[in-house]
Design a protein around this ligand. Sequence first.
Ligand SMILES: Nc1nc2c(ncn2[C@@H]2O[C@H](COP(=O)(O)OP(=O)(O)OP(=O)(O)O)[C@@H](O)[C@H]2O)c(=O)[nH]1
Ligand SMILES: [Mg+2]
Length: 243
Amino acid sequence: MFHTIALAGNPNTGKSTLFNLLTGLKQHTGNWPGKTVLRAEGELKTEKHVYKVIDLPGTYSLYSNSADEEVARDYIIFEKPDITLVVVDATSLERNLNIALQVLEMTDRAVLCVNLIDEARKRGIHIDKEALSKQLGIPVVLISAREKIGIIQLLKTIDRMIEGKLITKGYKIKYSPQIEKKIKELESEIKQIFGDIFPARWIALRILDGDKKLLESLKAYIQNQQFSSEKHPSAQGGCCHGV
Ligand SMILES: Nc1nc2c(ncn2[C@@H]2O[C@H](COP(=O)(O)OP(=O)(O)OP(=O)(O)O)[C@@H](O)[C@H]2O)c(=O)[nH]1
Ligand SMILES: [Mg+2]
């Protein structure tokens, strides 16, 4: 049995370089954004486990602004990777953390990979990974995918997470009392429809944001599930039990 790892993050942060290093494949890399347009898949074997690694397109957010964002978002929400590696650029961490917070709204099972640590060190940038990890509630690993720095530590972190030895609790942004009240109301309705298969808080936030495309994706997902359980009645009681 294999586990799944998705690579998400802003464009040009070294996701495909890391993907190639982990899987031995040759995804397109280069110094301009938007190279990976569709998701690519490969295999990673660590000492203990086998993983399917998915290289997602780089995006500045995970809303419904573009096809790329939808590919990345839908993968995290509908395919539910066991671990999402959020690959960020150590030389522009503040800007990159935006997407990390968006991923944490969707899943707690994430690791922050602070890539290009070689470049950051050259520029005298110090990153306090313990403080970052404490704030975000997930492991933080400093890596250089190009110079192969920190990769053993990353693999150990992935294995430990899969084995349940590392418990994560991703940071969730607190909004104003009025918004939090609306989120609570919507959350309970969303849970009635979907149970626990989707992160209700995240869907509530997307609804409040007027994200119609997400609603369309959810509708298509439900129809798809109903269709496949009609075709394969034995499939009922799977992940969509109660929908
Ligand atoms: N210095 C340094 N450069 C890196 C590192 N990792 C990747 N790069 C370089 O960063 C550039 C972008 O790398 P990619 O792997 O293509 O980035 P990506 O995130 O897949 O980009 P998109 O698919 O466009 O989102 C390339 O020129 C890489 O060689 C690193 O650890 N250190
Ligand atoms: Mg890429």
